[in-house]
Design a protein around this ligand. Structure first.
Ligand code: NAP
Length: 265
């Protein structure tokens, strides 16, 4: 039986990149999305094709669920249980930027609440639900010893970088960064490892509106590796974790940012 992964927000962008890399590794997949059903179905089709080329036969299912809503999170878990009966890997990827980049002195409470609900509360309580299920799966022997169920959260360089035109996003990602040490400390005794992947500037729909602004900055060396990141770059970091290449590490942050985080003089 294939291992199974649930990726939130996998219809487009980074989540789609992660899904494709896990498909090549032979994971059955739940491709979650919020609104773009056609994009989710396309991701699923492409995952099956990528897996076939790598010699794997996969089951890939799409599931609409708004991660900010408790009822939808429960629906997503029930769907995963019903379809696969096991879960080896959760990737908390779904996240949003503010609709309008507003100065810190003008930004609205409405935007703040929206971002906290999806970027923080959603993954926090989805992880709680999944962790309970993973513990039960270990106890029932569904996930054999050594299988090492894992939880990965996609945060951002905005967790520590002050951007005064999107304070709500920065605060949400800084708060999200505490999820990993918390759940890593709590779940290690159950053999469940927890990681944060912290992407830098990645070319997706989210960053398309600021592409023209960042292109020259990247060319001038904003990131030591002078290119945009790709969803595939993030997917490969997920694969390293999924392949058990970090067996004595939990609670780790993996920067996938072209070296953006390096202090330079
Ligand atoms: P994106 O291209 O805008 O894609 C967002 C994905 O999240 C889509 O699949 C979307 O589904 C889904 N989504 C949106 N709202 C949702 C909700 N309420 N419930 C469930 N799914 C929802 O974004 P991205 O650039 O790939 O970003 C993915 C993650 O990486 C986010 O957490 C983001 O903060 C983080 N990140 C991005 C960058 C970057 O430079 N792009 C850098 C650092 C971190 P639909 O297609 O149905 O709308």
């Amino acid at each position: 039986m294939n291992p199974a992964a649930l990726i939130t927000g996998a219809s487009r962008g980074i989540g789609r990149g992660i899904a494709l890399e896990l498909a090549r590794l032979g994971y059955d997949l739940i491709v979650n999305y919020a609104a773009h059903e056609t994009a989710a179905r396309q991701t699923a089709t492409d995952c099956v094709a990528a897996a076939n080329s790598a010699g794997h036969a996969l089951r890939v299912e799409t599931c609409q669920a708004d991660i900010s809503l408790a009822a939808d999170r429960a629906k997503l878990l029930a769907f995963t249980r019903q379809r696969f009966g096991r879960l080896d890997l959760l990737v908390n990827n779904a996240g949003i930027a503010p609709t309008v980049r507003a100065d810190l002195l003008d930004a609205s409470e409405e935007s703040f609440d929206r971002l906290i609900a999806l970027n923080v509360k959603g993954p926090y309580f989805l992880t709680q639900l999944v962790a309970r299920w993973m513990i039960a799966q270990r106890a029932a022997g569904i996930l054999p010893p050594g299988a090492g169920p894992k939880i990965i959260t996609i945060s951002s360089i905005s967790a520590y970088t002050a951007s005064t035109n999107r304070g709500d996003y920065c605060v949400s990602k800084a708060a999200l960064s505490m999820l990993t040490p918390l759940f890593a400390a709590r779940l290690a005794e159950h053999g469940i490892w927890v990681y944060e992947i912290r992407p830098g500037l990645v070319a997706t729909d989210m960053t398309e509106p600021v592409k023209a602004k960042y292109d020259p900055l990247i060319a001038e060396g904003l990131t030591p590796i002078r290119r945009w990141g790709t969803p595939e770059d993030v997917g490969k970091a997920v694969v390293a974790i999924a392949q058990n290449l970090l067996p004595f590490s939990t609670g780790e942050v993996i920067n996938v940012d072209g070296g953006f985080h390096l202090r330079r003089l």
